[in-house]
Design a protein around this ligand. Structure first.
Ligand SMILES: Cc1cc2nc3c(=O)[nH]c(=O)nc-3n(C[C@H](O)[C@H](O)[C@H](O)COP(=O)(O)O)c2cc1C
Length: 408
């Protein structure tokens, strides 16, 4: 990452107090930071603190003659390798979604030709507001990358999603975004042992709606699935990447099919067939709410919570494994267990009819779910192979090598 430059736009939210730490992390990796403070951002952290830590003066206004004469706002937006917006306030997200350009930050965001990563931070109600969710959908469609927000206690005393991701997590997303944009474009990619092969990879969690603003989800970040898709692509495979709403960005150079629910994921996998291999790394919800409401559910004053009626979701792994003509030559499932990992994963392999199971212990103490590392056991019909703890990227590369060997 040494020598890369991050254009860091700091919006007007309480979470701006975490930005000095983010700047330290970015610079510790040998990267440069061009800081941009919005007017509101300057209310929460100072240009002095940010400039000293970044080692460069923070830019604040659009109509600053000295800056404009020296570098110019268009140049500023192009000189960076990646644009990061943190905290990305509801207001900044709205401006980005609408293409407004009435201050330096929003003008740079509109003028840039680089990838943009946002770390949203706001009150839980602001986050859930239909306007913010609409803007979010527009930004996703525009290819804007996102990290967080996390769920938890907020500075305003409320609880829920809206906390800005921690600086370490933003740093990991920056690394991933830069790694991706440093990779060669698919058409110029070197061929490898999987050239000419088609692989489907599922990834991330699924969201099962309760009503228009609530859903049942899980803690899968999509990190392992994204790394596997990237590793298979690097071996030359054509990858269909079917992903739920993950926090880790999808890799470049793969066909990305975004879904929300388990039912949509099943349909997307079916549409992507035929394939030589399928790697089912998504954390698919076992159940969905069948009496989900088209309108936001309200408390009715009786103190009685709504009775959610659940139905089992399609078992995508078992379904793919049981296909006749369309069955991929190799079907790989994942087993996230919290105890008796080998016993449960062995039973799962037999029950689902898949060829391999990549099993791991996701007990909270392992830090695997949402973390950068993984410790897996690869189970085949011939037995179990325990891999040492390593980065999720390393697990992905090793698994991709095994898949390439298997497909011959
Ligand atoms: C104490 C305080 C805290 C705020 N925190 C947030 C926040 O976390 N997220 C947010 O979207 N807006 C927050 N706001 C509102 C924004 O500061 C306001 O919408 C501002 O116009 C955003 O400017 P920006 O687009 O430059 O970020 C806060 C306002 C105040 C007074």
């Amino acid at each position: 990452m040494t020598g890369k430059r991050i254009l860091l736009i700091i919006g007007g939210g309480i979470a701006a107090y975490k930005i000095p730490q983010l700047i330290r992390l970015i610079r510790a990796e040998g990267m440069a930071v061009t800081p941009i403070l919005t007017r509101a951002g300057g209310e929460f952290t100072t240009a002095m603190t940010i400039s000293v830590l970044a080692g460069e003066a923070a830019h604040e206004g659009l109509f600053d003659i000295s800056t404009e004469a020296e570098i110019g706002h268009i140049q500023l937006s192009r000189n960076a390798d990646l644009v990061v917006v943190a905290p990305a306030t509801a207001d900044l997200m709205a401006k980005m979604a609408q293409g407004l350009a009435d201050d330096l930050a929003s003008t740079l965001l509109l003028a840039t030709d680089k990838r943009v990563l946002i770390a949203p931070a706001m009150n839980v109600r602001m986050w859930h507001h239909p306007a913010t969710q609409r803007n979010l959908a527009l930004l996703r469609d525009d290819g804007i990358l996102m990290i967080g927000p996390d769920e938890g206690d907020m500075a305003c005393g409320e609880f829920g999603p809206g906390r800005m991701a921690e600086p370490e997590a933003i740093m990991a997303a920056i690394r991933e975004a830069l790694n991706v944009s440093l990779r060669p474009a698919p058409e110029t990619r070197a061929s490898g042992p999987l050239t000419g092969r088609h692989v489907i990879v599922t990834s991330g969690p699924t969201h099962e709606p309760i009503d228009p603003v609530r859903y049942i989800a899980n803690r899968s970040s999509g990190a392992q699935g994204a790394a596997i898709a990237a590793a298979l692509r690097d071996l030359g495979a054509r990858v269909s990447f079917v992903t739920g709403p993950a926090v880790v960005p999808a890799p470049e150079g793969v066909e990305v099919i975004r879904v929300e629910t388990a039912m949509q994921m099943r349909d997307a996998v079916e549409a992507a067939l035929p394939a030589e291999a399928a790697v089912m790394a998504a954390a698919v919800a076992d159940w969905r709410v069948v009496n989900s409401s088209q309108r936001k559910m309200k408390k009715d004053g009786t103190g009685q919570p709504p009775a959610l009626e659940m139905a089992e979701n399609p078992d995508i792994l078992a379904w793919v494994s049981g296909l006749k003509a369309q069955r991929p030559l190799l079907v790989v499932g994942f087993a996230a267990e919290t105890h008796d990992v080998i016993a449960h994963a062995t039973a799962k392999r037999q029950r689902k009819g898949c060829d391999w199971i990549v099993a791991n212990d996701v007990s909270p103490s392992t830090g695997i779910m949402g973390g950068d590392e993984n410790a897996v056991i690869l189970l085949r019909a011939t037995g179990a192979e325990e891999w040492p703890r390593m980065s999720k990227h390393e697990v992905a590369r090793r698994l991709a090598d095994e898949i390439a060997k298997e497909l011959g």
